[in-house]
Design a protein around this ligand. Structure first.
Ligand code: PMP
Length: 430
């Protein structure tokens, strides 16, 4: 049994001085009770919680960790810049170098802007599109996540109807539904937002449908609206370019965040010449947007992306993990639904409509030192090498055996709360 004393103590203290305890996507409130909330350290593919328990981590800081926690070439570049200066009265020369590096690597991009979080980047993309077109409406896919600003945050509390007045949804990968949304708002569409492929929570991932992508491009070209690919989550885990590069269909703007500085805080908006003037005209800024250390980390990370076979290796190891898990599940009489790119796995159970089997399995994995997520897609990093995947499979093998022995890893209270939540979700998305 894993120690929990320090974690539970911190959770109790947090409840007194943080209104929701830990909030947002880092809260473990929606996860099985075995998930630790607070961490002590991270190295490579591994995390240790505040009680010293070790986990092989398949969330990778929700995608920020691409080359392994504490990856030396990036940390060294960051440390060298820290000695020179970080948040100064203006940017360092690295800002120009970083923009040049991005424009060289990402085919559709003629310019770059930098900010801190993915939500900043999607907000800048939206403002640029509105400035460019003079239109208000933004078309977003139902169930897609583009950040936590009032226009897009998934929970409506604290949001007023005016914040959402011009946000219109369509069905991802459904060209007809996109066409209908365009038609209903003819003359007022500023932007179409699209994820690189479908990576919604609580659902199988779906590859990009080419007809849908092509339709989005054509509708934008015909109307003057801007096409935005939100690559915040998948950027550089699909390609060394925009994640749509393989289709030959280019967005006008792409939003980036998470992994391109290997965990250092920086995000980016990339755009083409069509969007340049509008991007120059809007007023956006932030105290830390020009800090030099994350830019040094980003330059070092982009170099690794260009010069190593990290992507091919992640795909190989992701596939080994996927095959191994499928075998283990089948041996114990379960069937998994593993979808999306192997290096960004979504692992759900078939015939598990209320997610009870999946949550029980996730709980068992945590107890055996594997940090999986029961309803959000996951991430491999370059540090998830063959040895790490072998060790993962050794641990998940034990988790599957235990799962067959007893589904009821969650308490009765947890199970009924989960079923209630899933039923509410299903009802609200009708
Ligand atoms: N877009 C997508 C596709 C994301 O996955 C996320 C973060 N999960 C965001 C935008 C927002 O990024 P951030 O949390 O850094 O604001």
């Amino acid at each position: 049994v894993r120690a929990r004393t320090n974690d539970l103590n911190l959770v109790e203290r947090a409840a007194k001085v943080l209104p929701a305890g830990v909030y947002g996507h880092h809260s473990v409130g929606m996860l099985p009770s075995g998930y630790p909330q607070f961490f002590g350290r991270a190295v490579g593919a591994r995390l240790w919680d505040v009680d010293g328990n070790e986990y092989i981590d398949y969330l990778c800081g929700y995608g920020t960790n691409l080359f392994g926690y504490g990856f030396e070439p990036v940390e060294q570049a960051a440390a060298e810049q820290r000695r020179l200066g970080d948040t100064m009265t203006g940017p360092s020369a690295l800002m120009v170098e970083l923009a040049e590096a991005f424009v060289d690597m990402v085919a559709h991009a003629d310019w770059a802007m930098f900010c801190k979080n993915g939500s900043d980047a999607t907000m800048i993309a939206l403002m640029t599109a509105r400035a460019h077109t003079g239109n208000a409406t933004v078309l977003v896919a139902d169930g897609a996540y583009h950040g936590a600003m009032p226009w897009c945050t998934p929970r409506q509390v604290g949001v007023i109807p005016a914040d959402r007045a011009h946000v219109v949804t369509y069905r991802y990968n459904d060209a007809a539904s996109l066409r209908a949304a365009f038609e209903a708002h003819r003359g007022d569409v500023a932007a179409v937002f699209a994820a690189p492929y479908r990576h919604d929570v609580y659902a199988d991932q779906e590859d990009l449908d080419l007809d849908y992508a092509q339709t989005a491009r054509e509708l934008c070209d015909a109307s003057g609206a801007l096409l935005v690919v939100d690559d915040v989550r998948a950027g550089f885990r699909i390609a060394r370019d925009c994640s749509w590069a393989h289709t030959g269909i280019e967005p006008d703007i792409s939003a980036w965040g998470k992994c391109f500085a290997n965990g250092h805080p920086i995000s980016a908006v990339l755009g083409n010449d069509k969007a340049r003037k509008a991007a120059a005209d809007i007023y956006v800024t932030g105290s830390y947007w020009f800090s030099a250390v994350p830019m040094a980390a980003a330059l070092a990370t982009l170099r690794q992306i260009r010069e190593t076979d990290y992507l091919e290796k992640m795909i190989v190891q992701g596939q080994r993990l996927r095959d191994g898990l499928d075998r283990q599940a089948a041996d114990q009489g379960f069937a998994l639904s593993q979808t999306g790119p192997a290096q960004m796995p979504q692992i759900l159970f078939r015939d598990d409509p209320d997610f009870v089997i999946g949550f029980n399995w996730a709980q068992l994995c945590i107890e055996h030192g594997v940090y999986f997520h029961p309803f959000h897609n996951m991430f491999l990093s370059h540090a998830h090498d063959g040895t790490v995947v072998d060790e993962t499979l050794r641990r998940t093998g034990m988790a599957f055996e235990a799962l067959r022995g007893s589904h009821a890893r969650l308490s009765e209270g947890e199970t009924s709360a989960l079923k209630r939540r899933i039923a509410e979700r299903a009802a609200s998305s009708d």
